[in-house]
Design a protein around this ligand. Structure first.
Ligand code: SF4
Length: 257
């Protein structure tokens, strides 16, 4: 695509995403637009050595989408943190973004992350729910990085807190009544981010949060190393499902670029 066409495409994409991805409409265009916008920001990130812009853009669009969602059926409220006791995963740029924040929070926070990692490092996605353990960034039942939390945490929602209190603490096998809007929203943004990461030549997998945070904290110049192509999260557990094993995801990728 020549520069003129790219500029026009960018304007169209910005207009499509003015209020974030609209999940009510069964329309693939916003996901493709989001993937292109994120890809462009990731390419700029490679040059300026910071993941901040793509992650802030992602977070702002998710916030916009969530603002438009009907919240009456949600049981979630400040101080309710059952979903912070299970497996949490996030993509590499989200982890790098959070790692910079926790480093600024100081040695006590970093120590908490190391302790949590020691307790959870042997559990994969399937077994982790049997061993509930609070996220190290949870303080007095409130997320200490709320405005910067990973996308997976933004879409953790439920219509029934009592079911959460049993299911997330390994007291029952009940399914969490997650609103459809949140399931669809989570899928849409995960797909757009995975497409952008793949196109930019990065791993698009979501890594286990505690292990990946420790790796980012312990790696010299982690952000610059990752942006220059070093696989700094190599060997860390990822979610077992590969998003691109689905034909729909492959089609979205082809259509976006
Ligand atoms: S990052 Fe925040 S919202 Fe996510 S699991 Fe940890 S404490 Fe909960």
């Amino acid at each position: 695509m020549n520069k003129g066409k790219l500029r026009r495409q960018k304007k169209v994409d910005q207009a499509i995403l003015l209020k974030g991805i609209n999940f009510q409409k069964n329309n693939p265009e916003p996901i493709e637009a989001m993937a292109r916008q994120l890809f462009s920001l990731l390419e700029t990130a490679k040059k300026n050595g910071s993941v901040d812009e793509p992650i802030k853009f992602l977070q702002s669009k998710i916030n916009m989408s969530l603002e438009n969602v009907e919240t009456k059926q949600l049981a979630c409220k400040k101080g309710c943190s059952h979903c912070c006791y299970i497996w949490v995963s996030a993509t590499a740029p989200e982890i790098l973004y959070v790692s910079k924040i926790v480093k600024r929070m100081g040695p006590k926070t970093i120590e908490k992350i190391r302790e949590a990692h020691t307790l959870t490092k042997d559990f994969d996605f399937e077994t982790r729910h049997k061993y509930p353990n609070p996220c190290p960034l949870l303080e007095n039942d409130v997320c200490s990085i709320y405005n910067s939390r990973p996308s997976a945490c933004r879409y953790a929602a439920s219509g029934n807190a009592e079911i959460c209190s049993r299911a997330y603490h390994n007291l029952s096998e009940e399914s969490i009544p997650i609103p459809t809007t949140h399931i669809r929203g989570s899928k849409a943004y995960s797909l757009a981010l995975a497409i952008a990461l793949k196109k930019a030549g990065f791993s698009y997998h979501a890594y286990e949060f505690n292990s990946a945070l420790v790796r980012a904290i312990d790696t010299n110049n982690a952000q610059q190393a990752w942006l220059s192509g070093e696989d700094i999260f190599s060997g860390i557990m990822t979610e077992s499902i590969d998003i691109f094993s689905d034909k729909t995801a492959q089609n979205f990728y082809q259509k976006a670029f």
